[in-house]
Every structure is written in C-alpha cells, then in structure tokens.
Ligand binder design. Structure first.
Ligand SMILES: Nc1ncnc2c1ncn2[C@@H]1O[C@H](COP(=O)(O)OP(=O)(O)O)[C@@H](O)[C@H]1O
Ligand SMILES: [Mg+2]
Length: 345
C-alpha cells in the first residue's frame, strides 16, 4: 500500500486542486450525446452480470465527437471472453485534461484471478486509468467499478477502505530514501494495521525473501540497483495481502534480462497468491494489472491483454486470442513490429 507515499501524494494534492470534489459536482466539458446510448461491447451481457461469456461483437459504437470513423477504423471493439467476472470495469469513461481528451468512451474489463495488461504507446492514458481505479482521479463521465462497486460514487471512508484492497507498484518503487528496506516494507503494516513488531517482522522478512531481497533488509534505497528497488516496491505492495495489484510500467529502466526476471517474479507471486486465495477461500482471486508499453513483457507475462489507443480499447481478450487476432493492427502491434502498414499517430 503506497498511498500518501512518493508521487501518489502529489497526485492527491493535484486531484483536490484540479478535479471536481465529487462526482455529483463534476462538470462535463465534452458532451457527446450521440454516444450516450451506446453499450460497451463487453456489456452485451449487461454491466450487472460481471461475466463476459458472449463472444459476439456488439453494434459498433460511433467514434467520439470530433473524431472520424477513419481514426477508429482499427478499433474492432472485440472482447474475447475470459469466462471470469471482471474485478475492475471501466464503463464508457471519458476524461479530459483541458483540451487533451485522454479517455474517450473507454470500456475495459480486468478479469479476476488473471494477470492483465493494459498496453499502449506512451501518453495514451494508461497511468490515468490506474489513477481512476483507486479514486485518485475522477471521470468526467462514465463509471469505474471495483468488485462491482462504483469508485467515483464511493464515500471517502469507503474509498479509504477500498484502497486497502490494492497494492500499487510505481515505476521506481517509490521507496522512502531515509528508511532502510525493512522499514520501507514494514511501513504499510505499521500505518494500517495493529500488528505487533514480531508479526510485522515475520511478514516483512517473508515478503523480502519472496522477491529475493532476504539479505538486504538493512540496506538503504540508494545502495540498491534499480531492479532491486523495484522488487522492494513489489514486496511493499504485497504486505497488506491485496486483492488487486497494480504495476505501472514495472519494466521501465530495466535491461532486458532484469525485465524478464521481473516478469517471472510477477507470475510466480501471482501463482502463490492464487493458491493462497483458494486455500483461504477468499472472496476474490488475486487480480494483477500490469501497465506497459513493452510488447515483450506483455507477450511473456499476460494472461489477458487490453490494447488501449485513442482513449478506447482496440481489442481485448485472453493472450492466446489476442496473439491470434485477425485484426492487422493488433497483429502488428503485438508482434512488436515498428514498421508496417499501420502507424500509431
Ligand atoms: N493530472 C494531469 N493533469 C494534466 N494532464 C495529465 C494529468 N495526468 C495525465 N495527463 C496527461 O494525460 C496523458 C496521458 O498520461 P498517462 O496516463 O500518464 O500516459 P501513459 O499511457 O504514458 O501512462 C498525457 O498527455 C499526460 O500529460
Ligand atoms: Mg504511465
């Protein structure tokens, strides 16, 4: 749990300064009435039923106002079914910053118990999506559901509780420079629980070992490599046993070998958490959401892929389906070819 730490505190201040205080007072800078009655493709079974089981494209939504059909020609809006309920759903979400329209009628689901990716070029709004999930940003229009509950409509107390479901891993691990690794990882436990120091130590050491930092607990962040700092951030994101873990570009700044290792670590920890959730019969299976612009990471790590472009999902589904997509844009994008008939501009 890293709220109030590092860059997230800026976000919060920024939010209160720039964003409407509550969804009820939010303004609608970009009314797009022609889109109001368009259902999400994944909502062909209705937003109340959280399992996407229908493999049929819904009627094609109109492009956002001010955009042409041509600009959205590769958006098939196809959603291959995951067969699972969505832990997180975006329902027709619009978000602009001044004149920059970032989310433009976004419909997206992250299925429970899977490692999902949101992949798209830099500046498409991937981090903006994460901030909506945890209520650090509010949509101009539309809704974001976490385990079926609307985040923008949540009272502050509930939002605070809901955030405990989340583990967040920021780009550089966002560690406190003045604390050693042990204290960094212990911080959420000391802040949010009544656990005694013995129990805190057990949990912290278990998590540090899990990410391969069992021997480094007394090291200061500046004594660590970038990869180690990320793993420490990972350990800290896990100490409160979150149901949902969000990784914002965990691979940025790492060399290819360390990127591969981090990918393996993410999968390993997800498997462990799945087993634990089943053994403990937890109400929700662990959901990971990894944001990246690295195609290789996506191919290696993802169970489920959302391709975000121009504020909407081009296509989404389990990795096998996506890698076999007959959409030329998706094929080219997921094969990582920078050259080709299509450009992302
Ligand atoms: N709080 C904010 N205020 C103004 N503009 C923002 C804010 N957050 C993000 N943006 C803009 O939204 C766009 C998408 O940002 P971001 O989600 O960070 O992209 P990325 O897909 O690379 O994570 C960028 O152009 C960014 O400048
Ligand atoms: Mg980002």
């Amino acid at each position: 749990m890293t709220f109030g730490l590092g860059d997230s505190s800026n976000e919060r201040a920024e939010h209160s300064a720039e964003e409407p205080a509550s969804p009820s007072s939010r303004s609608d800078p970009e009314p797009e009435p022609e889109n109001l009655d368009h259902e999400a493709p994944s909502a062909s079974v209705g937003p109340s039923s959280r399992v996407s089981v229908v493999d049929e494209p819904a009627p094609r939504p109109a492009p956002p106002s001010g955009a042409s059909e041509e600009e959205y020609r590769w958006h098939s809006y196809r959603v291959y079914p995951s067969g699972r309920p969505d832990a997180i759903e975006f329902l027709d979400v619009y978000k602009s910053f001044g004149r920059a329209r970032i989310l433009r009628g976004l419909n997206m689901g992250l299925p429970e118990g899977m490692v999902s990716m949101i992949i798209g070029p830099s500046g498409t709004g991937k981090s903006v999506c994460i901030k909506h999930m945890v209520g650090l940003l509010y949509p101009d229009r539309g809704d974001i559901l976490v385990h079926g509950r609307s985040v923008p409509n949540m009272p502050d107390d509930d939002l605070f509780e809901m955030r405990k479901k989340f583990g967040l891993l920021f780009q550089d691990g966002a560690l406190f420079g003045s604390m050693n690794l042990f204290d960094n990882v212990a911080f959420p436990l000391r802040q949010h629980t009544e656990k005694g120091e013995d129990e805190v130590e057990d949990i912290v050491m278990r998590r540090l070992k899990e990410v391969g930092l069992g021997d480094a607990s007394d090291k200061m962040p500046n004594e660590l490599s970038g990869g180690m700092r990320k793993r420490a951030g990972f350990a800290r994101a896990l100490v409160l046993e979150p149901d949902i873990v969000l990784f914002d570009e965990p691979d940025s700044g790492l060399d290819p070998v360390r990127t591969a290792l981090l990918g393996e670590l993410i999968l390993e920890i997800h498997r462990d958490m799945m087993e634990e959730a089943k053994a403990k019969q937890k109400p929700h299976l662990p959901t990971f959401c990894v944001i990246t612009h690295d195609i290789l990471t996506a191919r290696r790590v993802a169970d489920y892929i959302n391709v975000l472009w121009r504020g909407r999902i081009v296509e989404a589904g389990p990795s096998e389906d996506m890698l076999n997509s007959d959409n030329p844009f998706i094929r080219q994008f997921l094969s990582g070819e920078s050259q080709g008939p299509l450009t992302m501009d």
